[in-house]
Design a protein around this ligand. Sequence first.
Ligand SMILES: Nc1ncnc2c1ncn2[C@@H]1O[C@H](COP(=O)(O)OS(=O)(=O)O)[C@@H](OP(=O)(O)O)[C@H]1O
Ligand SMILES: [Mg+2]
Ligand SMILES: [Mg+2]
Ligand SMILES: [Mg+2]
Length: 343
Amino acid sequence: MAAATKTSTTSLAALGDAAVAAVRAVVAASRVCETVRTGELMQSMSKDDKSPVTVADFAAQAIVIHELHAFDASIPVVGEEDADALRGDAEEATQLRQKVMSAVHSLRTDLDEAAVLGAIDRGNYEGGASGRFWALDPIDGTKGFLRNDQYAVALGLVEDGQVVLGVLGCPNLREDLDNPESVRGCGYVAKRGEGCFKFNLDNCESLTKATVTSPPAEEVRLVESVETKHTSHDTSAQIKAAANIKGDSVRMDSQAKYAVVGRGDAHLYLRLPRAGSTHEEKIWDHAGGMLIVEEAGGRVTDIHGKPLDFGQGQTLKNNTGVVASNGVVHDAVIAALAEIYKN
Ligand SMILES: Nc1ncnc2c1ncn2[C@@H]1O[C@H](COP(=O)(O)OS(=O)(=O)O)[C@@H](OP(=O)(O)O)[C@H]1O
Ligand SMILES: [Mg+2]
Ligand SMILES: [Mg+2]
Ligand SMILES: [Mg+2]
């Protein structure tokens, strides 16, 4: 078979069985998320860490893990959510469980409660440095999802500590960041060594190559988190000045940031820990997205220029923050970060 990288279009099937399973699972979950976001089933609760989780996070995790299990039951999953909050007779749990079941049934009427709760709880793998596992964020950017802003269904396949397959479903993302009339509902898939591809969430079987772009300094665009707790906006402004980056800054929720860098609409994604932060990045917040940028021709490291190490369990404990770029601006950004973080 001709290498998928040689032409600008290819079929999903050409990327192999794991890619087909992963993309179809992400597309299915993206549909369920949109059903919840635009319908009557929305309900959210606060987790122990005060972050939100919704009916759609649970339903999406159930759908993706069910599909991945049908593909290959021997590959474990590190998923963000568990089903604890859906079990028991308390009113909130009962309501949430019923809505999760309705959301799942909007797509898969054949799954009963035991199958749904069981699938969610199968995402309990601890990760590690050897073997293969999936890393799943059923909704990345739950706060964005609740604001009707950007969010992503994000799935990565990790092999011996390295992401080898990355998939993002971005149901609320337009095809062109600068054209609010462009098609909404974008998907991305990257396979290590074979390139990065985009697809429409309504037709994932046909793929088009995606590549980073490298404009002059005036047009180099930064993307960063909306939430001020997740990244230091002050530091990113300093980095832009020091690295001679003069384009606009766009705040966007979720791993959609990796997608817009990978497709060339933006050129730098900075995730910069605030002073004194002890936050360790979760692997599921990056596994789906980072390969999208790398295989599109860009670079992804932490703020010290170190590769992201997905073999350390559920967090990127060997890394600090994230820098994802078109490659061209990367060294200047890392040099600027070294100056700022040495103080
Ligand atoms: N303190 C802190 N620092 C860094 N990151 C954090 C922090 N707290 C949470 N999170 C994680 O951020 C995930 C959301 O990604 P983004 O920050 O890119 O999007 S957003 O602007 O916040 O919506 C979000 O993922 P989801 O929980 O899947 O939405 C969190 O895992
Ligand atoms: Mg969360
Ligand atoms: Mg997340
Ligand atoms: Mg999440």
